[in-house]
Write a protein that binds this ligand. Structure first.
Ligand SMILES: [Zn+2]
Length: 136
């Protein structure tokens, strides 16, 4: 899939750089509130739980489960490889900490809600897109 996927890449900002470049070190990173330890996604300047502005960058395990998914069959541009899986993955570290992503290295008819997955990264230097694959 990745070979045929045109990505619209995010603009890097001081607020989101940790997230989009962590893959260079193989790390999935989120902002974490230093007061209540809440992990924040998408990046925001204030903790939504306690309103603290004292945030730090934290690396998580990269493990999670498929919260829900859909299979895209529509080639949105010529040459786009289909089908592929668009998934919402919930990270192991915190209920509700979810990423919208693609599931790769898995046949589309093998995807199940609740299946364990782990992160991998697709490099679009300097951006590293976090994707997920089945965890063995
Ligand atoms: Zn907080």
């Amino acid at each position: 899939m990745a070979d045929h996927m045109i990505r619209l890449l995010p603009a890097l900002t001081p607020e989101n750089q940790h997230f989009w470049t962590g893959g260079a070190q193989g790390e999935l990173r989120f902002l974490r509130c230093t007061r209540c330890r809440h992990l924040i996604h998408p990046p925001a300047p204030v903790c939504p739980e306690c309103l603290s502005r004292e945030l730090e960058v934290a690396t998580v395990s990269g493990r999670g489960i498929v919260h829900t998914y859909t299979v895209n069959h529509q080639p949105w541009y010529p040459g786009m490889a289909t089908p592929f899986v668009i998934a919402i993955v919930e990270l192991a570290e915190q209920p509700g900490l979810r990423l919208t992503t693609n599931l790769v290295n898995c046949a589309v008819d093998q995807v199940k809600i609740g299946m364990p997955v782990r992160v991998l990264f697709e490099n679009h230097d300097p951006v590293w897109i976090p994707l997920f694959e089945p965890a063995s």
